[in-house]
Design a protein. Sequence first.
Length: 68
Amino acid sequence: MVVNRDTKIGDVIEYDNSAAQFFFAMGMFCVGCPSAAMETLEEACEVHGTDVEVLIKALNAHFENAQA
């Protein structure tokens, strides 16, 4: 999986629930919330005042390493 600003939180967690750790590290503890699942990474980061690019890089690196 490769994520971008438009990737939905629910899609990330469904693909690999261990990715929740990256949301938690950025103070986003609502990844299991039904409404949050439909938010894009960009929307969630905007609401939480965090940098979407940092989250995208962390998630993509995680998924790349998992495939190696």
